[in-house]
Design a binder for this molecule. Structure first.
Ligand SMILES: Nc1ncnc2c1ncn2[C@@H]1O[C@H](COP(=O)(O)OP(=O)(O)OP(=O)(O)O)[C@@H](O)[C@H]1O
Ligand SMILES: [Mg+2]
Length: 291
């Protein structure tokens, strides 16, 4: 099942931050490609941004508990995500024999941003205004793994200076990009085996309703909130796509995450109210040509 599919894999935590984690991730990408899958990576890296911000002695500001990204911090985010984190991941892939190319949102306009404006000014924090698959598709056609850092300039027409980069939440970038390049599956690989219930047990499958209940109960918290929201948004943006949250921490993590019983799968309730079974194959529509 699921040979020769297009996979968008969002990675965070140790798989991005630690050398051993990156080596395992690179092996997992190599194994997925060997099984015939095309792979695109999107990565986070908020911890490394914070680390350099502190080393540089830049002030950290918060507004109603939310982190504010001022112009200097936005520059650090571009340098750290688009430079250090992205190219370190690319190097780990290349070292594992996987041809890979690093990109930011600016490259090929893969992502364009709009200012995130939740009723308060958080500075250079953005949302995805648009995602373009043109360069990603070109690279996949050439057998190359695109590796995306989620920093992006504003979309044309946005009412703000066009020469600055906005920091985007990597989880929320994954769905729009998956839809743009016609991904069959979107995997959020992290330091946890999936969404855990109040007793710490992995939930094999979740509906939007169950997600809302778990969040209201405070069981889904912290970094899991944007991840689950992004997973549900991806189902809406690309109906039929397989969406899962699973563990990154194995040399076969990607193939393992695709197994039916692995991780937490997200499913839209069907029109009849029954839960739709995630399907690996898209039945129609908008997939761009493979090369
Ligand atoms: N119900 C839950 N199940 C599992 N993890 C949860 C839950 N609620 C909160 N979390 C937290 O969410 C974390 C995962 O989100 P986090 O943002 O830290 O990782 P990431 O998105 O992979 O990394 P990055 O943000 O750097 O890209 C887990 O490590 C855990 O601490
Ligand atoms: Mg996160």
């Amino acid at each position: 099942m699921m040979n020769g599919t297009r996979l968008l894999v969002k990675v965070g935590g140790a798989a991005v931050e630690e050398p051993a984690g990156r080596a395992r991730l690179a092996a997992a990408v190599a194994a997925a490609r060997a099984a015939g899958h095309e792979v695109v990576l999107v990565h986070g890296g908020g911890n490394q941004i914070r680390a350099l911000t502190r080393r540089l002695g830049l002030a950290e500001r918060y507004h109603q508990g939310l982190r504010v990204t001022d112009a200097e911090t936005a520059d650090v985010a571009l340098m750290v995500l688009g430079g250090l984190v992205n190219r370190t991941l690319v190097a780990a892939l290349v070292a594992a024999g996987v041809p890979a190319v690093g990109l930011t949102g600016a490259d090929g306009a893969t992502f364009a941003a709009r200012k995130h404006a939740p009723g308060l000014d958080l500075g250079y924090v953005g949302e995805v205004a648009s995602a373009s698959a043109s360069v990603v598709t070109l690279l996949l056609g050439a057998g190359i793994v695109p590796v995306l850092a989620t920093v992006a300039p504003l979309a044309p027409g946005e009412d703000a200076p066009a020469d600055r980069f906005y920091n985007l939440n990597a989880d929320t970038c994954a769905g729009p990009l998956a839809a743009a390049f016609g991904a069959d599956a979107l995997l959020f690989l992290s330091d946890v085996p999936g969404v855990l219930d109040a007793a710490g047990r992995r939930m094999p499958a979740l509906s939007p309703r169950e997600c809302a209940d778990l969040r209201a109960a405070g069981v889904i918290a912290g970094g899991m909130i944007p991840k689950v929201e992004a997973a549900l948004a991806a189902l809406e943006a690309a109906p039929g796509i397989v969406v899962k949250i699973a563990h990154a921490d194995a040399e076969d993590a990607i193939l393992a995450a695709l197994a039916p019983d692995a991780g937490t799968a997200f499913a839209q309730p069907s029109a009849t109210g029954a839960r739709a079974v995630p399907s690996a194959r898209r039945t129609g529509g908008s997939r761009p040509p493979r090369s």
